[in-house]
Design a protein around this ligand. Structure first.
Ligand code: GAR
Length: 321
C-alpha cells in the first residue's frame, strides 16, 4: 500500500512518512477544534450535534492539514493535493449536471478538426482542467507516452493531436485513443494565423511539441508564451537548429565521436531549439554504437522524462492562477 502511494504521489519514502504524519496530525487537530466549537454552541440534541460536527470537521480539515503541513515542510504537496481534490469534486459536479460535451469540431470550412470517435474524457470541461494540444509529425511514441501518463488525470487532458503529415503514425494513435486531430497545411501555418484561432476555438491552454518538425511561427509562440514546450533529441545548445531533427541529430553525434548525448526539454520561442531549457538528461555512447542505437537510448530517456516534466510545468502554471 505504501509503495502504491509513493508511486501515485511520486515521493520518496521519507516524504511519504511526513505526508502521512501531516494527515494524522491535521485530522486530530480538526477533530479537536470541531469538538471545541461544538462545546461553545452548547447544543444538546444529538440529531443536530452529529451532522453539525461532520460539517464543521469537513470545513476545518483543509485548513488544519495546511497549517500542520507548514511545520512538516509539506505545504506545497498539500496545496496541490487540495486543489486537485477541489478540481475532482468540481469535475464530478459538472458530470452530474451537464450532458457530456461533444469535442470541438470544424471551426471553419477549410480547417478540419476531426472529432474523436467517442468523447475523450468527461473531466475535459474547461476551467480547472488544462487542455493540451500535442503537435507531432511522425510515429508518435512520445505522444503515446504522454497520453498514457495523463489518461486518468483530473487536471490535465490531451485534447487535440496536431499533425502536418497525412498518414503519420501519430494519427493512428489519436484514432485509437479517441482524441480529435487537426491536420495542418504549410501555407496556412506559415502565412496564415499559425492555426491560433483553431487552437483557441478548441480551448487549448498548452502546447507540447513531440517530434514536430516544422518551425513554429511567431503568431503561435506569441499566443502561448511560456505555454509551449519542445523535446530535442540532443544536449542543446549543441546539435540543434535547422535541419537537426530525428536521425540527423544522432548521425551527426556519432560521426563527431561524442562520448555522450541526451535530451533537452525547453520552452519554445521564435528561434529553432533556442528557448529556455527546463530539463536535460544524458546517456553514454558506447564505442560501436550506431545512430539507431543512440536513437533508442534517447527515446528511452524521452519516454521516461517528458510526461513528468510537462506535468511539472503545467502544475506551476496552475499554481500561479
Ligand atoms: C523524438 O526523438 C524527438 O526528440 C525528435 O523526434 C522524435 C520523435 O519521435 N524531435 C526532434 O528532432 C525535434 N527537433 P516519436 O515520433 O517516436 O515521438
Amino acid at each position: 500500500m505504501f509503495e502504491r502511494l509513493q508511486q501515485k504521489w511520486k515521493v520518496s519514502g521519507w516524504r511519504l512518512l511526513l505526508i502521512l504524519v501531516t494527515f494524522a496530525l491535521g485530522g486530530s487537530l480538526c477533530g479537536y477544534l470541531g469538538r471545541q466549537l461544538l462545546g461553545l454552541l452548547q447544543i444538546d440534541s444529538a440529531v443536530i450535534r452529529i451532522p453539525l460536527y461532520i460539517l464543521l470537521v469537513t470545513i476545518l480539515w483543509p485548513f488544519c492539514v495546511l497549517l500542520i503541513s507548514l511545520f512538516t515542510g509539506q505545504f506545497k504537496f498539500f496545496r496541490t493535493y487540495l486543489k486537485k481534490m477541489g478540481a475532482r469534486m468540481a469535475g464530478k459536479k459538472r458530470a452530474d449536471h451537464l450532458v457530456p460535451q461533444a469535442p470541438p469540431t470544424n471551426v471553419n470550412n477549410d480547417t478540419l478538426i476531426q472529432p474523436a470517435t467517442q468523447p475523450v474524457n468527461q473531466s475535459g470541461a474547461q476551467g480547472s482542467v488544462t487542455r493540451i494540444a500535442v503537435f507531432a509529425s511522425g510515429a508518435g511514441s512520445n505522444a503515446q507516452k504522454i497520453i498514457d501518463y495523463f489518461r486518468n488525470s483530473t487536471t490535465i487532458q490531451i485534447a487535440l493531436i496536431v499533425c502536418n503529415k497525412p498518414g503519420a503514425g501519430v494519427l493512428g494513435i489519436a484514432e485509437r485513443e479517441h482524441i480529435p486531430t487537426l491536420l495542418i497545411e504549410k501555407e496556412a501555418f506559415f502565412r496564415g494565423n499559425g492555426y491560433v484561432d483553431e487552437l483557441k476555438a478548441a480551448h487549448i491552454d498548452f502546447v507540447v511539441l513531440a517530434g514536430f518538425l516544422w518551425k513554429i511561427p511567431a503568431t503561435l509562440t506569441a499566443a502561448y508564451p511560456n505555454k509551449m514546450v519542445n523535446i530535442h533529441p540532443a544536449l542543446l545548445p549543441r546539435y540543434g537548429g535547422k535541419g537537426m531533427y530525428g536521425m540527423h541529430v544522432h548521425e551527426a553525434i556519432i560521426a563527431a565521436g561524442e562520448p555522450e548525448s541526451g535530451i533537452t526539454i525547453h520552452f519554445v520561442d521564435n528561434v529553432y531549439d533556442n528557448g529556455a531549457i527546463i530539463f536535460q538528461a544524458t546517456c553514454a555512447i558506447a564505442p560501436g554504437d550506431t545512430p539507431a542505437d543512440l536513437a533508442q537510448k534517447v527515446h528511452q530517456l524521452e519516454h521516461a522524462h517528458y510526461p513528468r516534466i510537462i506535468e511539472q510545468v503545467i502544475e506551476q502554471l496552475q499554481n500561479q492562477r
